[in-house]
Design a protein around this ligand. Sequence first.
Ligand code: CP
Ligand code: NVA
Length: 300
Amino acid sequence: MAKRDFLQITDFSREEVEQLFDLAKRMKARAYRETPLAGKTLAMIFAKSSTRTRVSFEVGAYQLGGRALFLSSKDIQIGRGEPIPDTARVLSRYVDGIMIRTYDHAEVEELARFSTIPVINGLTDLTHPCQVLADLFTVKEHLGGWEGKRIAWVGDGNNMANAWLEAATVLGFELRLACPEGFEPNIARYGAAKKHGCIMVTEVPEEAVEGAHVINTDVWASMGQEGEAEARRNAFKGYTVDAELMKLADPKAIFLHCLPAHRGEEVTADVIDGPQSRVWDEAENRLHVQKALLATLMGS
Ligand code: CP
Ligand code: NVA
């Protein structure tokens, strides 16, 4: 059977997402005791920092009977310029799957092309699909599903916003994104989502949030953009998710943030630490959803 990669949410069909979530639900409920990764190893290449992605993949591999190797790109030869195709070919001889977090999405595609084992995108500048899978699972858990729901994104049209566009393409829910001019998501890449007619991009946060069932935001300066932080703080004035903005949403709306968060910038403390916030469930769900992903792509 051909190996499967997971580089973006559009790599899966709606049915595959549903199957993955059924498995993740059984795993979360501790109704799943199998060890499909017994004797198997996941290599985890990190060119950027991580708390959740690193720990949830490492613990997840272990709970499925396998193990994970943390490979900082600074310490392996990739950091000294060893070509990605060579790294892919060599790792494919040692391990059973690769998770990679890096800057340029094209590097992940190249790694996948030259690997004979599954490759999982643990975040690039373009997209963060594992996070949005966990977010969708959290939406399903708390709101029963995404059908007929309005999902709002407020802030930077970054890798997280792009992953939400991918999800809307596959699942067809209504997605409203409020981003300042010049910080829109990569709509061109996700033309299919636009064709669905369920995507709205605006510069007005209130328009995105009105009647929404899920309110999402993320940092204004992503990893690699630290030098732009000050300029971005100015550009994003008025895009803070605060209690007043939350009042425009559906009364049962939930707040999500992939974390890490900057309280007082993209979200106020009373919102992220308040009763509508589901950010800790969201973080926990990385573990369950990624275990389902590992079992599906790498399991025997
Ligand atoms: N949300 C997320 O991916 O967190 P980390 O950067 O800590 O992995
Ligand atoms: N947009 C953020 C997400 C961090 C998990 C970043 O890329 O830094």
